[in-house]
Write a protein that binds this ligand. Structure first.
Ligand code: TEU
Ligand code: CA
Length: 550
């Protein structure tokens, strides 16, 4: 496979609202990120991806954009942005912006014009129909068609009603998008993460969905529309191919068999996608608030299947959490007794799997889910809409609150815990925009930096090893645990090196580690102090990587 910088890079995702507040208004901002660039450089990540920082009324925390060429007032100014970009580049890192162009805000001038009358030149920038043509349900609840008083018609919104879907059929819309992309690329940014990019081409025969199976509708109805690849190729030809930048498409609804249509090297569309195989494994037909059981072997199978699907032709990005999902240690590890061990085990998976890893802010210190007792402490519109609808239906609200504790997006959106001072050192304001996780006195950056055994230093160590060992980036991958219900074990190898990785996904000591025979191996990295008596036993949440001595 061709070597490229974005395959060797490690991404770090910043959710600016929750990262660091520099001016005491309780909201994270660009100058807060500038303050922490040395921290991120010290960690050893290469690419900073910023969740949206554009002007926005914040119905969905910036994923609803009202001006694509301006910075959100709370976050700072364009000159703060220039300083941030220069500071990132001066440290040898790169900046990737979020591109949210499946929809805009309803407060964007395009939509203001569009809704003003049926014959406005911008009418066709969005989808208007006299009656809802189908039964589509929006991601954030209710019909995906909203009646608009002004012109008496309905418009399409796959997300909130303040996020009307842009009509990519209209060549003018596409040119507007390409032009705003060039605006940022010409400033020198290094790429885009593309929000729900598989949704931009709509099925214009407007097929009905199965109203009891939202999860299946994502793939069959919303994603992978008829003109999608034509649009992505056009975007690549007209914009991306003119710059040395990376792209990663957020790809809910893209099944493995379609992956290389997006990321195959011969396709000239995207460099990588974030697939949702493991992230939606626990979604029942009703979606995330309708969780279903899943098995550890299904989890492993997702990685195996995706590896086979992209093969030597395409590339993916690996992530285990982000701003839309629970904290990885609470979801797949043990956030209690084995928090540090399991956080390190998950770091091992993230950084030794084949693909470009993406670390979500706070994960490098092992931050956990939060369980607010009162719905009033939640901020996410998805959570609040679900709660309101459940109340209207007369559902058990205590049970829902428990589900929110497990799956809600605000789990990942509480402020970064910088130290043990009030509000975790995130802000000097008495009230941050969302409450800090009460465990900040124990879990914070300051204490992580003071402890050589912390999750932070484990990440830093593994990030270095990954840089020094191209086999961990480009090497082939094969799962070798044969369906164990506690062990995830795999082999990575190429001409540069060879590794065996063993991960005990359980809080029990486990025997019978299938170590390779007939070759010499040496311990390469582990999350426990090594003791020879544990040779083929793994302690709770123990992770061990062996290197083959050639
Ligand atoms: O997320 C798209 C997506 O599929 C999510 O809606 C995910 O399914 C959802 O968060 C589940 O709870 C992207 C952004 O990452 C998300 O923050 C935005 O709300 C959404 O698009 C709309 O822009
Ligand atoms: Ca601020």
């Amino acid at each position: 496979m061709a070597r490229t910088w974005w395959k060797e890079a490690v991404i770090y995702q910043i959710y600016p609202r929750s990262f660091k507040d520099s001016n005491g208004d309780g909201i994270g901002d660009l100058r807060g990120i500038i303050e922490k660039l040395n921290y991120l450089k010290n960690l050893g990540v290469d690419v900073l991806w910023l969740s949206p920082i554009y002007r926005s009324p914040n119905d969905d925390n910036g994923y609803d954009i009202s001006d694509y060429r301006a910075i959100m007032e709370e976050f700072g100014t364009l000159s703060d942005f220039d300083e941030l970009l220069a500071g990132i580049h001066a440290r040898g890192m790169k900046l990737v912006m979020d591109l949210v162009v499946n929809h805009s805000s309803d407060e964007h001038p395009w939509f203001q014009e569009s809704r003003s009358s049926k014959d406005n030149p911008y009418r066709d920038y969005y989808f208007w129909r006299p009656e809802p043509p189908n039964n589509w349900i929006s991601f954030f609840g209710g019909s995906a068609w909203q009646h608009d008083e002004q012109s008496g018609e309905y418009y399409l919104h796959l997300f909130s009603r303040k996020q009307p879907d842009l009509n990519w059929e209209n060549q003018k819309v596409r040119e507007e998008v390409y032009s705003l992309m060039r605006f940022w690329l010409d400033k020198g940014i290094d790429g885009f993460r593309m929000d729900v990019i598989p949704f931009i081409s709509k099925r214009l025969d407007w097929p009905d969905m199965d109203p009891d199976d939202f999860s299946s509708a994502i793939e069959q109805i919303y994603a992978n529309g008829p003109r999608l690849h034509e649009y992505l190729q056009e975007m690549n030809r007209k914009v991306l191919s003119q710059y040395d930048v990376m792209t990663v498409g957020e790809a809910p609804g893209v099944p493995p068999r379609l992956a290389n249509l997006y990321v195959g090297e011969d396709r000239e569309e995207l460099n990588m996608i974030f697939h949702f195989g493991h992230m939606m494994l626990d979604w029942g037909p009703g979606g995330k608030f309708d969780p279903k059981d899943w098995s550890f072997n299904e989890f492993k199978e997702v990685f195996n299947t995706w590896h086979k699907a992209v093969g030597q032709k395409g590339w993916i990005s690996i992530f285990l959490d982000n701003h839309d999902f629970p904290r990885l240690v609470s979801r797949w590890g043990n956030a209690g007794e084995y928090r540090q061990e399991s956080a390190k085990l998950l770091a091992t998976l993230l950084l030794t799997m084949r693909g470009t890893p993406s670390i979500y802010q706070g994960t490098e210190i092992g931050m956990t889910n939060v369980a607010f007792e009162h719905i009033e402490d939640y901020r996410d519109l998805e959570t609040l809409n679900e709660y309101r609808e459940a109340k209207e239906r007369g559902d058990d609200l205590d049970a829902l609150l428990k589900t929110i504790h497990q799956v809600g997006r605000d789990n990942a959106r509480t402020p970064i815990q910088w130290d043990d001072s009030s509000n975790a050192g995130f802000t000097t304001a008495s009230e941050p925009w969302i409450r800090v996780n009460p465990n900040y006195r124990e879990i914070n950056v300051k204490s992580a930096l003071a402890d050589p055994n912390s999750v932070f230093y484990y990440y830093r160590h593994l990030l270095r090893l990954r840089k020094e060992n191209p086999a961990l980036v480009y090497g082939d991958y094969e799962c070798i645990d044969e369906g164990s219900d506690w062990l995830f074990a795999y082999h990575r190898w190429n001409k540069d090196g060879e590794f065996y990785i063993y991960l005990n996904f359980s809080s029990k000591e486990q025997n019978g580690l299938p170590l390779p025979t007939g070759i010499r191996i040496r311990l390469f990295v582990s999350n426990y102090h090594q003791d020879a008596s544990f040779k083929d036993t793994l302690r709770p949440w123990e992770a061990r990587v062996y290197q083959v001595v050639r």
